[in-house]
Design a protein around this ligand. Structure first.
Ligand SMILES: Nc1ncnc2c1ncn2[C@@H]1O[C@H](COP(=O)(O)OP(=O)(O)OP(=O)(O)O)[C@@H](O)[C@H]1O
Ligand SMILES: [Mg+2]
Length: 473
């Protein structure tokens, strides 16, 4: 059924807001509404709105947190923030999180209509550009896979060997090492390249929605299931499904996944009929699955079935030769994207880049180069590297400062006198200790831990990764 009108979800604890909007604009748009963040996030999945109007100030979960969670969805609708008096300090946060527009309370409905139309129009253009870009990139599977170190050549070799097989591949490696690119390359080099490639981030989707997301649901299966919906497995039929953060798959779904692997069949939530699919499964994790198995969090039979081939993506610090090539790649990419002409970096800055330990790997390097291009100033790298080193003072920071590469001795030791680095390290160590303590207290219930720590779930996940915390005592 094609949708005739644009559907807009209003998330606001004040029911007047959605009432005023739908009264004023019901001839133009279809409105649905949620009274709090949790319900709102759920409705984004069940209602699939084209646009979300999101109040900043709400009890329990505020608009910023809601936006953070929506950002974890693969393809979230555009979001317009509704800000009340005194919310200005959140405006910057929402911009950083990608809010498309702001509406101030009290508002005039016709003004809101103009904003809505503007955002919808921009969204359409953006999607067209992205479609074109993806199409271009897909033509060359390795277009984005830069690196000629021995380690990367090996990775590419394995990808080529196993891509066009039915083997399930488990991609491992630290955050930002390119696991997703590797998964896409495997798909592009397989006979399934013209069929869908769908990604599901098992850690990002709330547990109770994940089953419906993966396997679909029948009309009436739960409140809000107004119509039957296909899950990702069905949508990926004949193609590839990429299960990211597989280590976070809850136990009930692990057995359902095992069944899909063995019989290529499953039942929708609330359904009775078996649905047959032909889907290639690729998964990724940066968690230690072996530890998860011994702690009974992860089924070993599933692990062996998923792990027919392991593809390990080495961290940058183990393939520093790739850094210059990655730097030129990202300089070219962002010069083109932002219409800039930032030329090469000075040898001094290159030196800093090649000796840094890159805990966030290629993603971190890419972000830094992007900032250099946008701001047109390479000197910011020194600061960025120092604050990054301080922020992620990991477990081995105590003895060896992060700034020091394994190779160049001497000079780098001077960094231990830096006030910024020292203070940053101490703060990070304290932070790490506290997080570990709370996680143990809550039995590794990360949602609960995030609540106690008064940080968002998402930033807790990042910190767990950055501090290399795992549930082994
Ligand atoms: N070899 C590479 N060449 C070019 N770009 C790369 C390479 N590896 C990673 N990137 C870029 O770095 C970013 C992070 O990569 P990706 O998302 O694949 O990492 P990941 O391993 O999935 O990380 P996470 O565990 O945090 O999800 C992306 O923007 C990606 O394009
Ligand atoms: Mg990833």
């Amino acid at each position: 059924m094609a949708r005739t009108k644009t559907k807009i979800l209003v998330i606001d604890d004040d029911p007047k807001v959605s009432w005023i909007l739908s009264e004023g604009l019901k001839s133009k748009f279809d409105f649905v509404s949620a009274r709090d963040g949790v319900e709102g996030i759920q409705m984004v999945s069940t209602e699939q709105p084209d646009l979300v109007l999101l109040d900043i100030k709400m009890p329990s979960m505020n608009g910023i947190e809601v936006l953070e969670r929506l950002n974890k969805l693969d393809d979230r609708p555009d979001v317009i923030m509704i800000s009340g008096h005194g919310d200005t300090k959140y405006v910057v946060d929402s911009i950083k999180l990608g809010a498309a527009e702001f509406i101030n309370k009290p508002f005039d409905v016709h003004e809101v209509e103009i904003h809505i139309n503007g955002v919808l129009e921009r969204g359409k253009l953006k999607r067209e550009v992205i479609d074109l870009k993806t199409e271009l990139e897909a033509k060359n599977a390795y277009a984005g896979f830069v690196g000629d170190s021995e380690a990367m050549e090996k990775v590419k070799g394995i990808i080529e060997q196993v891509a066009d097989s039915e083997l399930t591949v488990l991609i491992r490696g630290e955050s930002g090492t390119g696991k997703e690119i590797a998964a896409r390359s495997l798909h592009q080099l397989s006979g399934r390249r013209d069929k869908p490639f769908l990604k599901v981030n098992c850690a990002a989707i709330p547990r109770d929605l994940l089953e419906a997301e993966l396997f679909g649901y029948e009309k009436g299966a739960f409140t809000g299931a107004h119509k039957t919906k296909q899950g990702r497995f069905e949508l990926a039929n004949k193609g590839t499904i990429f299960l990211d953060e597989i280590g976070d798959l809850p136990p009930e779904l692990q057995s359902k996944l095992l069944q899909v692997l063995e019989q290529q069949e499953f039942v929708r939530v609330g359904g009775i009929h078996n649905i047959h699919v032909d889907v290639r499964i690729i998964c990724a994790t940066n968690r230690n699955l072996e530890t998860a198995i011994t702690e009974k969090g992860f089924r070993d039979d599933l692990f062996y079935r998923l792990n027919e081939i392991t593809l390990f993506l080495p961290p940058i610090r183990q393939r520093r030769q790739d850094i210059p090539l990655l730097v030129s790649h990202f300089l070219a990419k962002y010069n083109q994207l932002y219409n800039k002409e930032f030329s090469d970096l000075s040898p001094e800055v290159m030196d800093q880049l090649t000796t840094f330990s890159w805990p966030g790997n290629v993603r971190q390097l890419e972000n830094m180069i992007k900032q250099v291009v946008v701001r047109g100033d390479e000197s910011i790298i020194t600061d960025l590297i120092y604050s990054a080193a301080a922020q992620v003072a990991g477990p081995d920071m105590g003895s060896s400062p992060q700034l020091v590469a394994t190779d160049p001795p001497g000079e780098a030791d001077l960094s231990t006198y830096s006030l910024k680095t020292r203070v940053g390290k101490t703060v990070a160590n304290e932070e790490k200790k506290l997080i570990a303590e709370v996680l143990n207290k809550t039995n590794w219930n990360r949602r609960k831990a995030a609540e106690l720590l008064e940080i968002s779930y998402r930033s807790l996940l990042y910190k767990i990764k950055d501090y290399n915390l795992n549930s082994v005592k």
